[in-house]
Design a protein around this ligand. Structure first.
Ligand SMILES: Cc1cc2nc3c(=O)[nH]c(=O)nc-3n(C[C@H](O)[C@H](O)[C@H](O)COP(=O)(O)OP(=O)(O)OC[C@H]3O[C@@H](n4cnc5c(N)ncnc54)[C@H](O)[C@@H]3O)c2cc1C
Length: 448
């Protein structure tokens, strides 16, 4: 089988499939694995434990990856992370551990290869055409997993997908993560009173035109040697499946990062002698295409904490729709927050004046517990041998804003790989015995 895309979900899909005995090829366009966790430099694993119980909702390969990073001193240990509900880690460690997991599973890995065209016959995907240093090359398989995050394979294969919110088709804002080095880390405000003071200063700076959307108090990796922190403070609009929009976002993201870095040096305690160490290798994409599957996860599922008999993963993370208008400066100060909610301070927004029915009142999963993601949300409604996982599983715009985070993305990745292996002979994902799949996932430590 072929897994296209080596982000958090694709890594898990490839490892699960290979361990189940399927001949597996993992394809990634960059020279390293990790997707948004590494290329996007997002260094915090979320969606791992419900606030109410602290009960684990993702285990299996997610846990193995965390254990691998924790053994290097580069991630909060798993049990501690489950109690805290979040696991800070270092992206460089993610790359190293992901390489070892994938190659250790027996999967083949092909980097520097971008999935281009798809060859379809009837209701089956037959091959993908890869473009890269070695020129164009077709790879055939019985089953394909689209883990590109953007459902590139789904789109190229002509299977159905959706994108954006119904009101205006816009997707969540993208962000260029920036890392500041040379910090006096202990003096940088993280939580509490100091952070409140910086928040107030940020508000002032936003009113004066700072191209940020908030102050963000980052979490530290457990590595005491670290004198840098990554900041998620920029917001950029555009269509992440359009190279022109992406180019604009990359250029603006870098320019904004330099301005914000200058402001941080002046305004934030502990950052007086800091420098902009890096901007992420790519602008972080929160939302793009969502495959149309045989079943769809909805906002209602989240708000009611829906449990299902055909569950293959759980999600506890709430609705987190980063405002698609990507406001920064004075408008961001008016929004005063991140998520598109009815309580938003920008009362003249068309979402509040004309599409209130699309804007949630609150963003939490019912009872602060979890909702289930069913197997059929991973299976294409159009092609029998095509699966997706991670942020492009079949979900409505709002549910996607919850299951996109890395905990559930990795859980759906593991399920996709294990399910694909079950269909390796027939090449028909609609015939997978979901009870058997669930048994195998539980045996592999998954929390379902
Ligand atoms: C700014 C930002 C902040 C976030 N903050 C958090 C957070 O704090 N905690 C959290 O848990 N989650 C966070 N998320 C969400 C989370 O990181 C992503 O949703 C998650 O990584 C999705 O995993 P994925 O495997 O589905 O996709 P991705 O991580 O996007 O991985 C897709 C992979 O496919 C590759 N690829 C794409 N197209 C092709 C192609 N055509 N051919 C070959 N390879 C291809 C990419 O290079 C990439 O490696 C954040 C996201 C963003 C953008």
């Amino acid at each position: 089988m072929v897994v296209a895309g080596g982000g958090p979900s694709g890594i898990c899909a490839a490892v699960a499939a290979a361990r189940a005995g399927a001949r597996t090829l993992l394809i990634e366009r960059y020279g390293f694995l990790g997707g948004i966790a590494t290329a996007g430099w997002v260094d915090l694993l979320l969606g791992i434990a419900p606030a109410r119980t602290g009960e684990m909702v993702v285990g299996g390969l997610f846990r193995e990856l965390v254990d691998g990073m924790a053994a290097l001193g580069c991630a909060r240990p798993f049990d501690e992370g489950i109690r805290a509900g979040r696991i800070p880690f270092e992206p460089e460690a993610f790359k190293l551990v992901a390489d070892a997991l994938v190659l250790g599973s027996g999967a083949d890995l092909l980097l520097h290869s971008t999935v281009g065209e798809a060859i379809v016959a009837g209701d089956r995907l037959r091959a993908l055409v890869l473009e890269g240093k070695s020129g164009a090359r077709a790879v055939e398989a019985r089953v394909f997993v689209d883990a590109t995050g953007d459902a590139d394979v789904v789109a190229r294969a002509g299977a159905r997908w959706e994108m954006g919110r119904p009101a205006d088709g816009r997707v969540q804002a993208m962000s260029m993560i920036l890392q500041m080095g040379g910090l006096d880390v202990d003096r940088v405000p993280t939580r509490g009173e100091d952070a409140e003071a910086v928040k107030a200063a940020t508000r002032e700076a936003l009113m004066a035109g700072l191209p940020a959307y908030r102050w963000h108090s980052p979490e530290r990796s457990p590595d005491a040697r670290q004198d840098s922190l990554a900041f998620n403070v920029t917001h950029l609009s555009g269509d992440p499946t359009d190279a022109t929009d992406l180019s604009r976002a990359e250029v603006k993201g870098r320019k904004d990062a330099w301005e914000i870095a200058r402001w941080m040096r002046e305004a934030v305690p502990g950052m007086e002698r800091s420098h902009l160490q890096l901007t992420a290798h790519m602008v972080g994409v929160r939302e793009s295409r969502r495959m149309v599957g045989r079943e769809t996860v909805t906002c209602e599922d989240l708000l009611t904490g829906r449990k299902r008999p055909d569950a293959i993963a759980r999600c506890t993370f709430g609705l987190d729709v980063h405002c698609p208008m990507a406001h920064t400066g004075p408008e961001a100060a008016q929004v005063d927050g991140v998520a598109c909610r009815q309580s938003c301070g920008k009362r003249d927004c068309h979402m509040l004046t004309r599409h209130l029915d699309e804007v949630p009142e609150h963003g939490g999963v019912a009872d602060r517990s979890w909702y289930d993601i069913p197997w059929d949300a991973l299976v294409s409604a159009d092609l029998r041998n095509l699966l997706t996982c991670g942020r492009s599983v079949s979900a409505d715009h709002q549910a996607m804003a919850s299951l996109r985070v890395m905990g559930p993305a990795m859980a759906t990745g593991q399920a996709a790989g294990a399910g694909a292996a079950l269909a390796a002979e027939s090449g028909d994902l609609t015939e997978v015995d979901v009870t058997e799949l669930q048994r195998r996932l539980r045996d592999a430590g998954a929390a379902i």
